[in-house]
Design a protein around this ligand. Structure first.
Ligand SMILES: CC(C)(COP(=O)(O)OP(=O)(O)OC[C@H]1O[C@@H](n2cnc3c(N)ncnc32)[C@H](O)[C@@H]1OP(=O)(O)O)[C@@H](O)C(=O)NCCC(=O)NCCS
Length: 142
């Protein structure tokens, strides 16, 4: 049986922006913007399958955006992206919509903990959950 294509990670480039915006159009739960912060891209064969946008200031990291294309979800691409940026900061912070069950499960599986909540944080009135902690592999995964 044919092996599935390998997932590879690389730094993002300006030329990736059109594909990032196309991916975001398919991911309404992601943050709306993609900017010029450090960007880590996951590719599956020729496809830009996902990305993590982040910044690190004085040992503290902030995950600014994260998305995996619907066709490539549940293949541990987001986990791979987050474990790759994990060493860049000892503690990470992020906000996530409270209804975003997949993202909340992902962050909890990597050891991040909810440390707060901001009511009516998003333009549509939804609350944000604030997560913080070190990103680490918490469950044994193949
Ligand atoms: C959230 C998101 C990035 C996850 O990407 P992914 O590549 O499918 O996630 P992974 O395969 O790496 O999942 C790793 C773990 O996260 C959890 N998880 C991920 N998706 C899940 C889901 N739909 N339901 C429950 N748990 C989920 C599981 O614990 C999973 O481990 P497992 O497969 O061993 O059970 C993806 O669903 C997405 O792009 N969503 C839209 C954009 C978004 O919400 N971004 C986050 C904004 S804060």
């Amino acid at each position: 049986m044919a092996q599935p294509p390998e997932i590879t990670l690389r730094e993002g480039r300006d030329e990736d922006q059109p594909q990032i915006r196309a991916l975001l159009a398919d991911c309404p739960q992601a943050a709306a913007w993609a900017d010029t912060y450090p960007l880590l891209i996951a590719e599956v064969g020729p496809h830009l399958a996902g990305f993590a946008l982040y910044r690190v200031i004085a040992e503290e990291g902030e995950l600014l955006n994260l998305a995996v294309h619907p066709n490539f979800r549940r293949q541990r691409i987001a986990q791979k992206l987050l474990l790759a940026i994990a060493p860049f900061a000892s503690v990470w912070h992020l906000e996530v919509r409270q209804s975003n069950v997949p993202a909340v499960a992902l962050y909890a599986s990597l050891g991040l903990r909810q440390i707060g909540r901001r009511d009516r944080y998003y333009a549509d009135g939804e609350a944000a959950l604030l997560f913080s902690g070190a990103i680490a592999r918490h469950r044994s995964t193949p």
